[in-house]
Design a protein around this ligand. Structure first.
Ligand SMILES: NC(=O)C1=CN([C@@H]2O[C@H](COP(=O)(O)OP(=O)(O)OC[C@H]3O[C@@H](n4cnc5c(N)ncnc54)[C@H](O)[C@@H]3O)[C@@H](O)[C@H]2O)C=CC1
Ligand SMILES: CC/C=C\C[C@H](O)/C=C/C=C\C=C\C=C\C(=O)[C@@H](O)C/C=C\CCC(=O)O
Length: 262
């Protein structure tokens, strides 16, 4: 997919991976709407992009992906201000396992399903759209068991299964949308830092969590953004599940993607 003048929505785009994905799309000439719970941060980021990439390059819409009306408003506003939508990146996510663990499922899984359904509504050729690509951000925790975050891992296994099932639609050529899944291992963002692995390492380097993180390695944001751009720009990867790990780099899992070029 050529990205010049394409229109993208990135959820959870005020910081971390979502911000980096949006910025890579802008560098290639796409127009981007980021949405996020963090309105002040989101507006600040977009102000900077408008200075660097042009006044009409980007926009921010406040949104909670668990709130249908607020999420639908993002699609409606993006279409009216930037044009028909080509790319949807369902990236917003949290890692909470404690009280309120249900919110992890709401944001990480139901929010992704909601965003994918809205993408189909706005982008499907069957609905008068132009087709395009959906990138659902899961994690390697959606492919391998993670003992300390079972709810998070469950939500991410759900994202992988849901995305692959959407991609397996026998009428995918009529829909014209590629459904893809990005599965990074640990990545150096606020979410990962909140795990305080370095502190734990100082206390007990044999701690099973420390061991798991050391085995998986820690990606830079740039490592993951490189994988993301490959996933978006490659046309024949419907159903593709891409892992990005520090030691093995960018790889497709689950064998070959499900469908050739749409
Ligand atoms: N950092 C890591 O180690 C990894 C992260 N991931 C996934 O990547 C995605 C992005 O994570 P990071 O950038 O690391 O996290 P982050 O915490 O830096 O950024 C997440 C963003 O999502 C926003 N957000 C959270 N709940 C929201 C909601 N209900 N509605 C709208 N926006 C909401 C936050 O305000 C924040 O701006 C997540 O889905 C995460 O699970 C996957 C693998 C590894
Ligand atoms: C909870 C907040 C912290 C971080 C978020 C992040 O998404 C969590 C990741 C959790 C576990 C990551 C484990 C990573 C494991 C590896 O990278 C490799 O050992 C295995 C990689 C892929 C396994 C799937 C496969 O075999 O194809």
């Amino acid at each position: 997919m050529r990205l010049e003048n394409k229109v993208a929505i990135v959820t959870g785009g005020a910081q971390g991976l979502g911000k980096a994905f949006a910025e890579e799309l802008l560098k290639k000439g796409a127009k981007v709407c980021i949405c996020d719970l963090q309105a002040a941060e989101g507006r600040k980021v977009v102000k900077d992009w408008q200075q660097r990439f042009g006044r009409h390059s980007s926009m921010f819409v406040p949104c909670d992906v668990t709130d249908h009306d607020s999420f639908q408003n993002v699609f409606r506003t993006t279409k009216s201000r930037l044009g028909p939508i080509d790319i949807v990146v369902n990236n917003a996510g949290i890692g909470n396992e404690g009280d309120g663990w249900q919110r992890t499922i709401h944001i990480n899984l139901i929010g992704v399903i909601e965003g994918t359904r809205l993408a189909v509504m706005y982008m499907s050729k069957e609905e008068g759209g132009k087709g395009g690509v959906v990138v659902n951000v899961a994690s390697t925790a959606g492919l391998t068991p993670v003992f300390n975050t079972p709810v998070y891992a469950g939500s991410k296994y759900g994202v992988v299964g849901y995305t692959r099932s959407m991609a397996a639609n026998p009428s995918i050529h009529e829909v014209g949308i590629r459904f893809t899944c990005l599965c990074p291992a640990y990545t150096d963002t606020t979410m990962f830092k909140s795990e305080k692995i370095d502190d734990l390492k100082k206390v007990d380097s044999n701690d099973p969590l420390v061991q798991m993180v050391m085995k998986a390695g820690v990606n830079t944001i740039e490592d993951v953004a490189n994988g993301f751009m490959q996933l978006v720009e490659t046309d024949n990867n419907n159903g593709g599940v891409m892992t990005v790990t520090k030691y093995k780099g960018i790889q497709y899992r689950h064998g070959k993607p499900l469908t050739n070029k749409l």
